[in-house]
Design a protein around this ligand. Structure first.
Ligand code: SAM
Length: 251
């Protein structure tokens, strides 16, 4: 099936830029559902059209509760932040699975300097576009400033300077019941069909070799731990769990 880049009137040059980017990365949509990447005046949207029904994913950090919460520090009690332990706020951390950027923003809102990696070219484009718009929002700008988004796989070769900590959230079957999350999940799953993530156990091992203090892995609450090692500890939320691993050298 296809992923069509469709530009709104006036957005054709940006549409061509995006087309070139995807072709340059040899991108081919392998999923069964036809998808549209719409280039609009308000940024990019991923669309799945089914007759008259349309599923649309448009990332916007500035509007809604999430942006407000991030900008006004309602995130201190988040499981992910608690799982980062007493790592100093301005530390360099890696988010190896940026996805739709929620965890990346949470980490940056806490004060970490975040290098975020996203391997899927379309997900990367959606997130890069949303971060660019968020950088113009007065409250979010200082948070976005702490984020560097990279396209590609998070590997020891690409990570560069060893981060203090790494966060890893590989795909797993849907974990949330909220309608908005369901819709986002449906669209990202349609996008990634036929193009699975690299082996998560190997990625975890590589991240443990790179990080100097800890690696945090997000799992469904009742899922087994990833890989053969028992985590040092876990922070449990309502539907997810954050497993904490020591660096490989210390275990
Ligand atoms: C479950 S989603 C992450 C969701 C993210 N934590 C959030 O808050 O939106 C996993 C994402 O990581 C990407 N990914 C998986 N393994 C990766 C790797 N080794 N390097 C870079 N990106 C990876 C996938 O393409 C997917 O977009």
């Amino acid at each position: 099936m296809t992923l069509q880049v469709r530009a709104e009137p006036g957005q054709e040059p940006r549409g061509r830029e995006i087309d070139h980017y995807l072709q340059g990365h040899g991108y081919r949509h392998l999923g069964e559902a036809p998808l549209v990447l719409e280039v609009g005046a308000d940024g990019l949207s991923l669309i799945r059209e089914e007759g008259r029904r349309e599923l649309r994913l448009h990332l916007d950090f500035a509007t809604g509760r999430q942006g407000y919460r991030l900008a006004h520090s309602g995130h201190q009690r988040e499981g992910l932040i608690r799982a980062m332990g007493n790592i100093p706020r301005d530390s360099h951390v890696v988010d190896a699975t940026a996805g739709l950027g929620r965890d990346t923003l949470l980490l940056a809102a806490h004060g970490f300097r975040v290098d975020a990696w996203e391997r899927h070219p379309v997900v990367y484009l959606l997130l890069a576009d949303a971060l660019q718009r968020a950088a113009h929002d007065e409250a979010l700008a200082p948070i976005v400033e702490r984020i560097t988004l990279h396209a590609g796989l998070a590997t020891p070769a690409t990570l560069g300077t060893p981060p203090v900590a790494a966060v890893f959230d590989p795909m797993f079957p849907e974990r949330a019941k909220r309608a908005a999350v369901k819709k986002d999940m449906q669209l990202t799953q349609a996008l990634m069909e036929g193009a699975p993530d690299p082996d998560p156990e190997t990625t975890l091992q590589r991240l443990r070799e790179a990080a100097t203090r800890r690696v945090v892995v997000k799992r469904p609450l009742h899922a087994p731990a990833l890989g053969p090692d028992t985590p040092q500890g876990s922070v449990r939320g309502k539907s997810v769990r954050f497993d904490v691993y020591a660096p490989a050298a210390q275990s």
